[in-house]
Structure formats: structure tokens, C-alpha cells
Design a binder for this molecule. Structure first.
Ligand SMILES: Nc1ncnc2c1ncn2[C@@H]1O[C@H](COP(=O)(O)OP(=O)(O)OP(=O)(O)O)[C@@H](O)[C@H]1O
Ligand SMILES: [Mg+2]
Length: 307
């Protein structure tokens, strides 16, 4: 199967700003591909070029086998787009907006089904202006779905959603990909990327600084596991606890933190020691790095390299 998206050496400059600096990646059909990165990294510019909303200066782009710069109606009919800020007429009702935008598509989904998917059935006849911020964002999401697209571009789709609505929208995206659709997503919510994405690209300063599955990004940046607990007043010598550890221990007051590449062995030693002394380890926590830790390291490394 040929890739749904193939981008090679994509470059875009606005005056003195090199917004996208030689980016290459590909996305397979049915995949969710997430682009992460700080404000101004070039995410929206990249996505807008793929959508056909923006010209590129250099590089090749193929989306569903079509160059979006040349793709006309046939191309727009097959892609759904949720812009970072969509300029819809807020005096129209939700139903009117969906009718208007839906008319451009040959394969449109039933309006009630789309309203239900974004949980706006009750607001169908309300003017967009009267909706809350998160509800207005759901109208944008509905516009991306109305044409039953093969490929959906979502630029920060859940900004302004309450946490429960965000989680439900993840189910919506999962249902789309289960039906074979491809999704390109930008987000500042690392958990969203971790939950949804098959693969993640981290952009910074117009370049992709890391790419892979959420798991592989975490594994590559593995700085170990953190074990934390607090000790009650102990009479046993602490060296018995600390010296045999593989990892590095630090402590203040009675709170101990151990960073280790051998969490299983260290945890066994710690709990054996505690049980031997009849001690309960208070607030015992064992954590591996999550995607947010990894992301912050990547972006910080890159900022250090370019400044
Ligand atoms: N129309 C424009 N004219 C001039 N410069 C622009 C324009 N659009 C974007 N830029 C610049 O290009 C760079 C990349 O912007 P872009 O919108 O792609 O970032 P982003 O990664 O989507 O950021 P955010 O997370 O804030 O949405 C920024 O430095 C921005 O100022
Ligand atoms: Mg953006």
C-alpha cells in the first residue's frame, strides 16, 4: 500500500522567518500521526501546506497520491480540515454552517450523525456566536467530519474542550481510524498524542527533532525509573538501605528518591530491607518517564543547540 502522505524536504519561509526547514516524513493509511512542538515550531504551516491552504517554497508533497498545491475539487472532496482558527460566520446556526460547508462534498455524512458525534444535537439551531468556546470548537470538528473524508487534518482540535469532552473526542478519532481513515493531528496535550498517535513527530524551529512511536520516543530518552518514598523514624543504619542500590539515591528530611536503571532489583532490595525492619514505606511511588518528560527534554535540548 502506498503511503497516505509523503513529504520530502518541505521548506517554507515567511520573509525572514524560516517557518519550515526541510521537513520529511510519511504517514501510512489508517495511521494517526501527531505533530508536537512549541508555539511557532511550524506545525500549522506544515499542516496547511498539506491541506493545500498554503504554498510551499521547496520540497515535494503527496497526499492521497495528489499534490495538494495542484489538487482541485477532487482533492478537497477527500480531505477533512479542522483549522487552528476557522473563520466561520458566527451569525449562522450550527445546522446552517454544516449545511453550507457540507454542500461542497459529494460524499457527505448525515447531519444528525455528525451533530451526535460532536455532541451538539441540542445546539443544532443555536447561533454559533452563542455557543461556549469549547462548543464552538466542536463545530469546527464537525466541519472536518461532514464530508466523510479519507484523511482528516486536525490542528489543535481539542483546545478549549473540558477534560471529559476531550476524552470522548479521542474515542471519536479512534472510531474514524478503525474505519480506515488517516488522521494528522497537532496538539499541545501530550496525553492526547500518547493516547491517539501511532507515530509522533516533534518539531522545533521548523525541523523535526524526533520521530517515532510514543513508546520508542520514551525508550530512546530513557533516563531511568524514579522510586520515591518516605521513611518513618528508623533505628536501622541507612547505609544498609542505600549502599547496595544500583541507582542513585538522594534524600531530604525523611523523603528518599532513587533514580535507577535497575528498578526491579532496587525495588526488591528496598522492600526486603523495609519488611526486615518492620517498616512501612510511606507514599511509595514507582514512575517511568512519560511522554511529557521526554518532550520537554527534546525541546530543551534543541533550544540549547540553536541558541
Ligand atoms: N502568515 C504568516 N506570515 C508571517 N509569518 C508567519 C505566518 N504564519 C506563521 N508565521 C510564522 O511562522 C512560524 C511558524 O508558525 P506556525 O503557525 O506554523 O507555528 P505552530 O507550530 O503552528 O505554532 P502554535 O503551536 O502556536 O500553533 C512562526 O514563527 C510564525 O510567526
Ligand atoms: Mg499552530
Amino acid at each position: 500500500m502506498s503511503p497516505a502522505i509523503e513529504v520530502s524536504d518541505l521548506t517554507k519561509r515567511y520573509g525572514d522567518t524560516l517557518a519550515v526547514d526541510g521537513v520529511s516524513f510519511s504517514v501510512e493509511p489508517g495511521e494517526v500521526f501527531a505533530i508536537l512542538g512549541p508555539n511557532g515550531a511550524g506545525k500549522s504551516t506544515t499542516v496547511e501546506i498539506l491541506e493545500g491552504h498554503r504554498d510551499r517554497d521547496r520540497g515535494s508533497v503527496s497526499v492521497l497520491g495528489i499534490d495538494p498545491a495542484k489538487g482541485g475539487r477532487e482533492y478537497r472532496d477527500r480531505v477533512g480540515i479542522v483549522l487552528q482558527s476557522a473563520g466561520i460566520d458566527k451569525e449562522l446556526t450550527v445546522r446552517e454552517v454544516l449545511d453550507l460547508y457540507g454542500a461542497a462534498y459529494t460524499r457527505r455524512r448525515p447531519l444528525d450523525e455528525v451533530l451526535d458525534a460532536v455532541e451538539l444535537t441540542e445546539k443544532a439551531d443555536a447561533r454559533v456566536r452563542t455557543l461556549s468556546g469549547g462548543q464552538q470548537r466542536r463545530v469546527d470538528l464537525a466541519l472536518g467530519l461532514i464530508g466523510d473524508p479519507d484523511l482528516l487534518f486536525l490542528d489543535e482540535p481539542t483546545t478549549g474542550f473540558d477534560p471529559a469532552a476531550r476524552r470522548r473526542s479521542w474515542d471519536l478519532v479512534r472510531n474514524l481510524t478503525a474505519g480506515g481513515k488517516t488522521v494528522v493531528l497537532t496538539t499541545h496535550y501530550l496525553e492526547e498524542a500518547e493516547q491517539l498517535a501511532d507515530r509522533v513527530a516533534v518539531m522545533s524551529g521548523g525541523r523535526i527533532v524526533a520521530e517515532g512511536t510514543p513508546e520508542s520516543l520514551r525508550a530512546n530518552a530513557d533516563r531511568g525509573t524514579v522510586i520515591r518514598f518516605a521513611l518513618p523514624a528508623v533505628h536501622a543504619p541507612l547505609s544498609e538501605l542505600i549502599d547496595p542500590l544500583v541507582g542513585d539515591a538522594s534524600g531530604r528530611d525523611r523523603r528518599i528518591e532513587i533514580v535507577t536503571m535497575a528498578p526491579t532489583a532496587d525495588l526488591a532490595h528496598i522492600t526486603t530491607w523495609a519488611l526486615g525492619h518492620g517498616i512501612e514505606l510511606q507514599g511509595l511511588v514507582v514512575e517511568s518517564m512519560n511522554l511529557e518528560d521526554v518532550y520537554l527534554e527534546l525541546v530543551a535540548d534543541d533550544a540549547g543547540a540553536t541558541s
